[in-house]
Design a protein around this ligand. Structure first.
Ligand code: ATP
Ligand code: MG
Length: 366
């Protein structure tokens, strides 16, 4: 039986480089997987990044931000490229992304890193270590040392020039990211590891205290704590031990990049940025890849998997999300590979054809 039809408005921000290619493919997959679960989408494509800069003079036009805010979720391709790297104007395409995150108030960044059985060889780790890795890093995105005050340059007592930053976290900032992390763990395997440096830093001591307090609301989730230096080591020693990791802005920046290298395939990795309410922002972790833009070579799977995260974490449509995830695995099982994940014996395809094959898999696996 199909559930009653639910309608969602999705803002599409194709952006620059390979962005438009991967977004157009992911949109079709989202539409088909959703329709099989009785979902209807209204898509609104808006200007963002270098494309917006060229046409309007700003990387995030007001109409784009307001459309994004009014929608149920935002799916972004990628922004930036050589063309704007030495921009004489004040604005860079990347500025638009920061403004978008601020405008949507998304303070939690979710980055899964899983080693798919079909792509074990792409991992930077030994096969036995890489096999079966399936973890999620939940990074606090709008607080901590990147934003804390006081910050700046100065002079110390000895007349030496100094640079200084401040790690600050307030209770409400820790509580809200902890809630998202526990909810995320609940949708996964029910294990949460909070990473901090509570043996040295006060901000981390408060972090640990608050995460433990919030934990009382999630008795079904198993909570552990780990110091960040140990976590960095454990991620390459035995990444299988992790399900969901929650950590602050700077530790999350580092650990999520480390975790992505375990998978070894940048073209496969999605991300989600979530706030308390309002639309989430979903995007592949790769950039605009100007070196392959316009050549139908891009791997669209990171964006397709971002669309799956949009369904699961943005709209609460876990079944439709599952359809996409299953279809991606099925497409890989049938041997289709874009250049970035190609190995001998497989079928080399471009961005569009990969999209067509995923659509076939979505249709088959009902
Ligand atoms: P950023 O824009 O975040 O600074 P970057 O410029 O460092 O990113 P990317 O744009 O992600 O890096 O590209 C890095 C390399 O990975 C490039 O060689 C690019 O061609 C390749 N690459 C990135 N995304 C994909 C993809 N979806 N499919 C195939 N190759 C990709
Ligand atoms: Mg780039």
């Amino acid at each position: 039986a199909t559930s009653p039809s639910r309608r969602y408005t999705i803002t599409l921000l194709p952006g620059d480089g390979i962005g438009p290619e991967v977004i157009s493919v992911a949109k079709n997959v989202l539409e088909l997987a959703g329709s099989l679960e009785g979902l209807e989408f209204g898509f609104k494509e808006m200007l963002m990044g270098g494309a917006a800069l060229d046409l309007t003079g700003v990387p995030l036009p007001e109409e784009t931000l307001s459309a994004a805010k009014q929608s149920d979720a935002v799916l972004l391709g990628a922004i930036g490229g050589y063309k704007w790297d030495n921009n004489e104007k004040h604005m860079k395409p990347e500025t638009g992304l920061l403004q978008l995150r601020q405008g949507l108030k998304v303070f939690a960044n979710l980055r899964p890193a899983s080693v798919l059985p079909q792509l074990v060889d792409a991992s930077t780790l030994k096969k036995e270590v890489a096999e079966g890795v399936d973890l999620m890093v939940v990074r606090e995105l709008t607080g901590g040392i990147y934003f804390g005050k006081p910050r700046g340059f100065g002079t110390n007592e000895d007349g030496q020039e100094i640079g200084f930053n401040t790690e600050v976290y307030a209770t409400y900032e820790i509580d809200r990211i902890a809630h998202i992390a526990f909810e995320t763990a609940r949708k996964r395997r029910g294990k949460l590891c909070s990473v901090d440096k509570a043996n040295v830093l006060e901000a981390s001591m408060l972090w640990r205290k608050r995460v433990m307090a919030v934990a009382s609301e999630y008795p079904d989730v198993e909570l552990t704590h780990m110091y960040v230096d140990n976590a960095a080591m454990q991620l390459v020693r035995n990444p299988k031990q992790f399900d969901t990791i929650v950590t602050n802005n700077i530790f999350g920046d580092i650990l999520s990049d480390e975790a992505s290298m375990i998978t070894g395939s940048i073209g496969m990795l999605p991300s989600a940025s979530l706030g308390k309410e309002g639309p989430g922002l979903f995007e592949p972790i790769h950039g605009s890849a100007p070196d392959i833009a316009g050549q139908d070579k891009a791997n669209p799977l990171a964006t397709i998997l971002s669309a799956a995260m949009l369904l699961k974490y943005g709209l609460g449509e876990a079944k439709a999300a599952q359809r996409i995830e299953t279809a991606v695995l099925d497409t890989l099982n049938r041997g289709f590979r874009t250049g970035d994940i190609y190995s001998a014996g497989n079928k080399l395809v471009g961005c569009k054809e990969m999209g067509e094959e995923v659509l076939k898999s979505v249709e088959l696996k009902i």
